[in-house]
Each structure stands twice: as structure tokens, then as C-alpha cells.
Design a protein around this ligand. Sequence first.
Ligand code: HEC
Length: 266
Amino acid sequence: MSLKKAATLAFAIGALLNAPAFAQKSDTEKGIDRYRELIADGNPAELFDMEGEELWKKKAGPKNASLEKCDLGLGPGVVKGAHVQLPRYFADAGKVQDLELRIAHCMRTLQGIDVKDNAYNKADHKKIIALATYIATASKGMAVAVPQGHPEEKRMYEVGKRAFFYRAGPYDFSCATCHATDNVRIRLQGLPNITQAKPAGEAFTSWPAYRVGNGQLWPMQKRLNDCYRQQRFPEPVYGSEVTVALSVYMGVNGNGVNSLAVPIKR
Ligand code: HEC
């Protein structure tokens, strides 16, 4: 090999090694994309979506009312666009609520149902999951716009940010241990960098999601609970403030990104 050729080759290899990892998808990533395309054709989340729409319109509870007057933030009954602007502050509740808590609030106030929202997939929570799927689906493709106008919304962002970077537990992990670096994965699962807009917005709007692995529909709070488990922390009480705060943190970081909800996941 001539000296010139060797130099060119060395330069080319150097360029390859220095190329950003996102410039070209690895075979694994391509494989995962293909798998997603294949399964997206028949997303069982549609069944939850349909069930949720029925539940939204059906009269129920001691007050025999539907949820059609529920204010998800954009006015009574407005479903489209609501998901991408949650969590937000609600004056009638006096606090910031995420989608799941807001649905529970409407079931309580409009229908008179004594919702226990602290148990995933049990009793009334099954309905909340279907309703969340219906409401999130209606905002698919819309840009995330989680508000920061109210002081409580700002406070929740700060709480969420602290929770995100808070290290503890047997491995001294925080969310940031797994979610603050680009292009990291555990086995086949990509770990989104939640401190950056695009991956944060995509992670935030990827839930609710239908999980093929266990055949379950997981709303965001269940997703976060499971990440706390991966972090070797005690799981938070369902619906607790920290889960809402983390959603505010992720949502605001991801503002402007188009919603993917409700996707199918492995
Ligand atoms: C030990 C590593 C680890 C820690 C710590 C961790 N996660 Fe995760 N997280 C994962 C893995 C792995 C996945 C992908 C899981 C899957 O696909 O089933 C994931 C997925 C997610 C997703 C969904 C991303 C998407 O695009 O679908 C969100 C949101 C998330 N984590 C948030 C958090 C938050 C918030 C914390 C802190 C409370 C946290 N994670 C802590 C490993 C971790």
C-alpha cells in the first residue's frame, strides 16, 4: 500500500470512529424499527381506545353522569389536544394533576364515584387506563405544550428536576444514571436522554403504551413506578406527587415534540 493510500485509509477510519453514533443506525436499531413497523399494524391499544371512548360517553356512578363535561384543561368536554398539555394546574383541585389524576378527579366530581387511584389496574383504575388511552390517542401527532404559567407548575418542574437527579438506594442510582446520556441501551432497550428535547418529548408521549411483552396497557404512572423499581428505590404510591412532578419535568423538557401516544412497545 502506498503511503498516500495508507494515509487516506487512516483518515477514513478516523472519520468513521469520530462519526456521531446517531449518524447511522446500527443493525440492532434497524431490526427494532422493523419490528415496530410490523407490530404497529395491529396495535391492541385500539381496543382500550374504543373502551375509553365508551366510558367517556356512558352515564355511570351515583350521579348517573357521563364524563363529557370533564375539563381536562382546555375547557369542559375538550379531549383533542388535552393530553399534550398535561400535567397542568387545576384551580378546582388546587394542584397540578396529570392525565390519570385528572380523570380520577372527574369520575369523583361528575359521577360521584369514590375512585381509589392508588392501585394499578385494579377496579376503577382499569377504567382510568382505558380513558387515558382514549384521551391520549386524540392528541397523537400534536406538539407537546406542557404549561409553565402557574407558580405551582413551575414548582412541580423544579421538584421533578430534583427527583430526576436524586441519587440514592443500594446502587446510588438516579433517573439520570440511565437517562441523561445519548445513545445508551440496556439489552435491546434504548434509554432516552430525558434532559434533551427530542428524546424527552418522545419518551414523555410514548406512554400510555401497549406492552407486547406482558400484554398490558401501561399509563405513565405505571411506567415511572417500574423505573423506580429498576432504580432499586421503593415504588412510589400510585398517583403520588413525585410521579406528577417527574411528568412535568419530562413534558416541559420535551415541549414542541409531536406526540407518539399511544404506541406499541416490547
Ligand atoms: C437502571 C436504569 C434505569 C433507571 C435508574 C431509570 N430508568 Fe427509565 N428506563 C429504563 C429502561 C431499561 C427503560 C426501557 C424499558 C422498556 O422499554 O421496557 C426505561 C424507560 C423509561 C421511559 C420510557 C421511555 C420510552 O421512550 O418509552 C421513561 C419515561 C423513563 N424510563 C423514565 C425514568 C425516570 C423518570 C426515572 C427515575 C425515576 C427512570 N426512568 C429511572 C431504565 C432506567
